[in-house]
Design a protein around this ligand. Structure first.
Ligand code: ATP
Length: 468
């Protein structure tokens, strides 16, 4: 895999209507992306697959959709107002901006070594230590090659805005930088109304906003993105068992979607890298075309968040265990995933170029059935067969309820190639013989094998074929 693969994915994404550059007709807005018809399907399928595994199939997890705009005290309590920052440094020569911690990480990766400042804690390392380390090791600007950085400054990543109609007199509020705080502040509401007993989890899928210093690499790091987060509340003392359980569960979820194991690894945070509220954190990392990077974080967050909200709101958010007649503030395990990063990795793993015969290469997106934007496409061989093919389309779409394409334009060969490129697992061709034998040809995206199937048997055939 290489940067070249990323370029190919970006190009396919645009060409086929997955992802377009944001505000394109106005010259764009840096690092924003719009999701086209197929992108919306892919993103929805990812969220649906996650909801199904983490919520629907379980009896101990429920869902929430909280507001994006929260009382600003939430972000004081959570520590985001004072702590949610990255160490920003500027190159005095070419004005390039960089994260000082990332400069050191990239330098290490390039050199294939693991040398870090003495008090290394990623972006939380004291800025003076980062500065000294960069200068001692002569870590130059990746843009202009000069060594002339400003001393790193902590830069808060939250987007600020104002609520109220009179400019300057409103309340300053923030766009949420993570979805989980909405869960913590609703813990009591949900626990009492859903009648769930600890241990249980609350999930939320939604937009988050971070004023990232170095967004980029397509949809890997953007300032507006979606997260799928779960806070799993458990009894203090049981958190390590649950931490291991959710690590394993999350990893298996990625594998179940066809993510290649050789591109995944689990990286435990060292003690000095842990956030101050966490007693264990593991990142699931993926081998992106531009190198290893975070895909998802699983953190044991102790009782920090609930305790902070108890203190700042003055409300009792503790839990009373009826059976044991015991009151406590639950501990929390949080698997937190980015929706768009998941989309990027499944596109990357699925992207395949196959030489069918000399000089003839096809591009195939070998997406898992669950994630494919169209589950199948109905293709009449000739426009004259359009009405009959439509009947097959109607039958399938109405009985199966899946997203199915009805593709009438272009030669059959070109239509197969188009469907391969967008990852449609099956093409169903209605030809002139179909009028006689009430059968259609089903072509498999990956093997390209074709089978003649009776239209009456199609539903049964596909129900058996599809693994969701
Ligand atoms: P990173 O180290 O890459 O900045 P993070 O540790 O700040 O990530 P978390 O706060 O743990 O990320 O967020 C959980 C998940 O949300 C990440 O694993 C990632 O999948 C996703 N995510 C975070 N920031 C972004 C972003 N700017 N763009 C896209 N996805 C993001």
């Amino acid at each position: 895999m290489s940067e070249e693969t990323l370029d190919k994915i970006v190009s396919l994404a645009k060409r086929r209507g997955f992802v377009y550059p944001g505000s394109e007709i106005y010259g764009g807005l840096a690092n924003t992306w719009d999701y086209g018809p197929l992108g919306v399907e892919l993103i929805n399928n990812i969220k649906q697959a996650w909801r199904r595994k983490f919520i629907t199939e379980r009896t101990d997890v429920v869902e929430l959709d909280s507001a994006i705009l929260l009382n600003p005290k939430v972000w004081e309590a959570s520590g985001h107002v004072s702590n949610f920052s990255d160490p920003l440094t500027d190159c005095k020569k070419c004005k390039a901006r960089a994260r000082a911690d990332k400069l050191i990480e990239e330098w290490n990766e390039e050199k294939n070594t693991e040398i870090f400042p003495e008090n290394w804690a990623g972006e939380k390392t004291p800025t003076s230590d980062l500065y000294e380390f960069i200068n001692i090791n002569k870590i130059v600007c990746p843009k202009c090659g000069k060594l002339d950085w400003t001393e790193p400054k902590a830069f808060n990543l939250m987007f600020k805005t104002e609520q109220g109609v009179i400019e300057g007199e409103g309340t300053q509020i923030y766009l949420r930088p993570e979805t989980c705080q909405g869960i913590f502040i609703n813990f009591k509401n949900i626990q009492t109304t859903s009648r769930k007993k600890v241990p249980f989890g609350i999930c939320q899928i939604g937009k988050s906003f971070r004023n990232e210093i170095t967004p980029g690499n397509f949809i890997f790091r953007t300032r507006e993105f979606e997260q799928m987060e779960m806070e799993f509340f458990c009894k203090p003392g049981t958190e390590m068992d649950w931490f291991n359980y959710w690590k394993d569960f999350t990893y298996k979820w990625f594998i179940s979607l066809g993510v290649k194991e050789e591109n995944l690894r689990m990286r435990d945070h060292e003690a000095d890298e842990l956030a101050f509220y966490s007693n264990a954190t593991t990142d699931v990392e993926y081998k992106y075309p531009f190198g290893w990077g975070e895909l998802c974080g699983i953190a044991s967050r102790t009782d920090y968040d609930l305790k902070q909200h108890i203190e700042f709101s003055g409300k009792d958010l503790s839990y009373f265990d009826e059976a044991a007649k015991e009151k406590y503030v639950p501990f929390v395990i949080e698997p937190s995933l980015g929706v768009q990063r998941t989309a990027l990795i499944v596109l990357n793993d699925a992207y395949t170029e196959e030489e069918i015969k000399e000089g003839d290469t096809r591009i195939v997106l070998k997406l898992h059935h669950t994630l494919a934007p169209f589950k199948m496409a109905v293709l009449p061989l000739s426009k004259k067969l359009g009405d009959d093919a439509r009947k097959v389309f109607d039958l399938l779409v109405q009985k199966l309820g899946w997203n199915i394409d009805l593709d009438m334009i272009g030669s059959i060969g070109k239509r197969y190639r188009r469907q391969d490129e967008i990852g449609t697992p099956y093409c169903i061709t209605f030809d002139f013989d179909s009028l006689e034998d009430s059968s259609v040809t089903v072509r498999d995206r990956d093997t390209m094998e074709q089978e003649r199937i009776k239209i009456d048997d199609l539903l049964h055939y596909f129900i058996k074929k599809f693994i969701f």
